[in-house]
Design a protein around this ligand. Structure first.
Ligand code: ZN
Length: 221
């Protein structure tokens, strides 16, 4: 695992940073696709675990969630607006319907997973605070720690180009984003926090606060 900040680590994956899974104060944050179960469980061996947070109900974030919850005995925490989709395993209305998202549902999504805690704005996850940041998905949450300005932004922003994987800030692709305009308001909100480090669902962590400020300022309405 790669250390990002106090109590925050990024699990290894192949390709690197394609589907990020974090360990934050004992909480496993996201679970990539259903093919990631073994690589996640292997890297968590010996760790003291508290629960499993799913940032949003997309197939590349909840794929291995049911297996993790079952095999590691972890309670699942998720944003209240995506909790029913995660609990039922029916993710169809969480993203635009197109051939790509249909392919992802068929090939990446995991089965229904029980949600123990429905998170709301201001709830605590370890030393992090929950921010409700809907747009990319209706129930998407980010995790923010003011003390060292560490942000887990999930898919509000991509940390790499969605096709070339080159590091850099991007809006999540519209074909995977239910409400791009609403998501842009969340990008502005997160940029206004002036995070020192930003962690993404996809792409390497960014430690350049001015880049985020510039990016947010250049967005269309
Ligand atoms: Zn994603």
């Amino acid at each position: 695992m790669e250390r990002i900040a106090d109590g925050l680590q990024l699990l290894r994956g192949t390709p690197r940073h394609a589907f990020n899974v974090y360990l934050a104060d004992g909480y496993v944050v996201d679970a990539a696709t259903r093919w990631a179960r073994r690589r996640i469980i292997r890297q968590l061996a010996g760790e003291r675990l508290a629960g499993h947070v799913i940032t949003h109900a997309h197939a590349d974030h909840q794929g291995a969630s049911a297996a993790l919850a079952r095999e590691l005995g972890l309670p699942i925490l998720a944003g209240h607006a995506d909790a029913d989709a995660i609990a039922s395993g029916d993710l169809r209305d969480r993203a635009p319907v197109n051939p790509l998202t249909r392919w992802q549902l068929r090939n990446w999504a995991g089965p229904a997973a029980p949600v123990a805690t429905r998170l709301r704005e201001g709830d605590r996850v370890g030393s992090f605070t929950v921010l409700e940041t809907p747009g990319h998905a209706p129930g998407l949450i980010s995790l923010w720690r003011e003390s060292d300005r560490t942000l887990i932004a999930a898919d509000v922003l991509f940390g790499q180009h969605p096709v070339t994987s080159r590091p850099g800030l991007h809006e999540p692709p519209a074909r995977f984003t239910l409400d791009p305009a609403l998501n842009r308001t969340q990008i502005r909100r997160l940029a206004a926090l002036e995070p020192a480090v930003v962690c993404f669902g996809h792409g390497p962590p960014s430690r350049d606060p001015t880049a985020l400020t510039r990016f947010a300022a250049g967005l269309p309405d």
